[in-house]
Design a protein around this ligand. Structure first.
Ligand code: NOJ
Length: 668
């Protein structure tokens, strides 16, 4: 290979404004582009692949990358919602389905799964994560990788996965995207790296370097991360791609004083052209070791070979099952149903199973919005495929229940109250009101950090107004992150947290509302009471002066001129206490479960030997449901401090209820 051809293999070109297809064709023909991203039209992909395979000197096919983050045409719940289902089998099936849909367009590489640990709901990309826990993220990340890569990369329909963003991106200071990341090695190793280690062990084909400056050295030029850990310790054989422009982003950092610094830390460069522009000079000046270049090229070629691209560079869409098929929509519905978390249910207001329910008000900006329910990463999704909550509620109840719909606010950020009186009238004239609140999809995702994570716009006021109608109020929240919802709890008899559930949001939500299914989602992330508590996560260390009910006196209850010695010193906030609103792992059901017969074998742990924990879980309620059994451990004494609890295992189990037929719901 010539030097230009080697650099070509490390060049990932975006197809978008500024990149003329003509230029791209020429670049591919000259072997100067080894990979493209964001081309999803199969005819164009095939044309480029034919040029690469047949018209370029070496005949090396292209990697065709795309962000297939939560579905392709069939949009699944956002990853944070998928995590709330605590169901690795479904996550794997979802990734398999997405891989097949994407592969039919010629995509052979996805920039997923994102397995960043996310403990700050201000960070918009929490939506793309599997939440705050290393074990949950590792298990679900591996499931997604298995789904994308199938039974072998060379089999049709397998696409290369990418473990991203290596590493620590979720710890961006202040939850500001692209912010500085300071993580001591003990936490890098115990919290942020485990999902990536699991991904490497599971055979993920590629890694992506984080945008972040990690402990003073940007991940895109961080030898400790991409060489010492990834190659030397973990023996990762695939290649590492930079993030979008993250190599030139080191100039303002500034660890590179000009663009002529390419440490070849990531093996492939996304979008920016530092390698192309500067590597020849750096090699000539002996400032870059040519063996690094050869290694990087070898790693890329190996993945292309594993994918079978040399044998099958061109995609025949006819060999793939149809996109957005009935089976795919059914899978999207199941995953969405399992992702819904019931947070509050006063007086058993849900399910709406009473035969006396004759009328229902369906209110709010997200009740009937086919676009917003899709969530942050749905570039290939089609809102026309969406089934909205309003549609599904109408279909479910049929003519038996009169449904009045009032949007009341044009977006979640609207500040006018013009639609409120109509909403209140609808609630007054109905037996109950279901209010769909939350965040539009544009408010979470990349570069969508928020300093306040309250419900935006006038939504609180809308809810208060509806509540004054005096009817039971059920709030369904669609959002890309945990929101600070404590203020709504007084006015909401029930709260169902739906994340952005994707194309089948409607049927999934309707099934829970009317008791066709029992809610089974559990929080993959802690919900703070106020944003100032962030970061707040269950697996915190035990501080020297842990807080407790006994230690806490609220700011309003402190007498004037209380001496400094008059309060207990503890790790807490005077105005927000120490506890979250809802803990990681929390979620209600329409039934209840009892645990008994818990056994631990061997009863004394010995280093290096597995411990088996068994329990009998019984459904002691009336109706069938899924329980997510969660196993936590605590290391009581160690050479370093350990969290107060750590998730080490979980299992979703279906348990029949006493009534074999499930609910007597209004749809029976
Ligand atoms: C930037 C994002 O950080 C990354 O996650 C994504 O895969 C790339 N853009 C490509 O779109």
């Amino acid at each position: 290979m010539t030097l230009a051809e080697k650099i070509g293999q490390l060049t990932l070109v975006n197809v978008g404004p500024g990149v003329l297809p003509g230029d791209l064709r020429a670049a591919v023909r000259a072997g100067k582009a080894g990979a493209v991203l964001d081309v999803v039209d199969v005819a164009t992909v095939n044309e480029l692949q034919r040029i690469a395979a047949h018209d370029s000197r070496l005949g090396i096919p292209l990697l065709v990358g795309r962000d297939v983050i939560h579905g392709f045409k069939t949009v699944l719940p956002i990853p944070l919602g998928q995590a709330a289902a605590w169901n690795p089998e479904l996550v794997q099936q979802g990734a398999r389905m997405a891989a097949l849909e994407a592969a039919a367009s010629g995509v052979n590489w996805t920039f997923a799964p994102m397995i960043d640990i996310a403990r700050d709901p201000r960070w918009g990309r929490i939506a793309e994560s599997f939440g705050e826990d290393p074990h949950l993220a590792a298990v679900l990340g591996v499931a997604a990788i298995r789904g994308f890569q199938g039974d072998g990369l060379s089999l049709p329909g397998a696409i290369a996965a990418c473990a991203k963003h290596f590493v620590g991106y979720g710890a961006s200071e202040g939850g500001r995207d692209y912010g500085y990341v300071g993580i001591p090695e003990v936490d890098l190793r115990n919290v942020y790296m485990p999902p990536f280690r699991a991904a490497a062990d599971a055979g993920v084909a590629t890694f992506m370097a984080a945008f972040s400056d990690v402990n003073g050295v940007p991940a895109s030029g961080n030898r400790f991360l991409t060489r010492t850990v990834l190659r030397d310790e973990w023996r990762f054989p695939g290649f590492v791609v930079s993030d979008w422009d993250s190599i030139v982003d080191m100039v303002p950092a500034p660890v590179a004083n000009d663009k002529a610094r390419s440490p070849l830390s990531p093996g492939m460069e996304m979008v920016s052209t530092t390698y192309r522009d500067h590597l020849p000079g750096l090699l000539a000046a002996k400032r870059v070791d040519p063996r690094l270049l050869d290694d990087a090229v070898r790693n890329v070629l190996r993945v292309k070979m594993q994918l079978g691209l040399f044998e099958r560079p061109v995609t025949d869409p006819a060999v793939y099952p149809g996109v957005a098929s009935a089976a795919n929509l059914a899978l999207a519905r199941e995953l969405a149903t399992q992702s819904l978390v019931l947070l509050q249910n006063r007086n058993g207001v849900l399910p709406l199973a009473s035969k006396r329910l004759h009328s229902l008000a369906v209110i709010g900006p997200l009740a009937d919005d086919a676009y917003e329910q899709l969530g942050t990463w749905a570039p290939d999704g089609d809102p026309a495929l969406s089934r909205t909550p309003l549609q599904a509620i109408r279909e479910t109840v049929g003519a038996r229940v009169t449904v009045q719909h009032v949007r009341a606010m044009s977006t979640t950020r609207t500040m006018t109250t013009a639609g409120f009186s109509e909403a209140v009238a609808a609630a007054s004239g109905s037996d109950a009101a279901v209010v769909f609140l939350g965040e539009e999809s544009i408010l979470s995702g990349e570069s969508r950090s928020r300093a306040s994570i309250d419900l935006p716009g006038n939504q609180m006021d809308l809810l208060r107004a509806v509540k004054r109608a005096g009817k039971p109020v059920i709030v369904v929240i669609l959002a890309g992150r945990p929101l600070t919802i404590e203020p709504i709890l007084a006015d909401a008899d029930a709260v169902l947290y739906a994340w952005h559930p994707g194309v089948m949001a409607g049927p999934a939500i309707a099934d829970i509302l009317f008791g066709v299914e029992s809610p089974s989602g559990k929080l993959p992330v802690t919900f703070p009471r106020v944003v100032g508590q962030v970061p707040l996560y269950y697996a915190h260390r035990n501080m020297g002066k842990p807080a407790s009910q006994a230690s806490f006196l609220h700011i309003d209850d402190i007498a004037a001129r209380t001496p400094q010695t008059g309060l207990k010193n503890a790790s807490q906030y005077l105005d927000a206490g120490y506890a979250p609103l809802y803990e990681f792992g929390y979620g209600l059901s329409y039934t209840s479960y009892a645990y008994s017969g818990i056994s631990v074998e061997p009863s004394r742990a010995r280093a290096g030997l597995p411990i088996t924990v068994r329990a009998v879980v019984k459904n002691v309620g009336q109706v069938a449901g899924d329980e997510v059994a969660q196993l936590y451990v605590r290391d009581l004494v160690g050479s370093v401090t350990r969290p107060v609890r750590e998730l080490k295992g979980f299992q979703r189990i279906h348990l029949a209820g006493r009534k074999p037929g499930g609910f007597v719901s209004i749809v029976d």
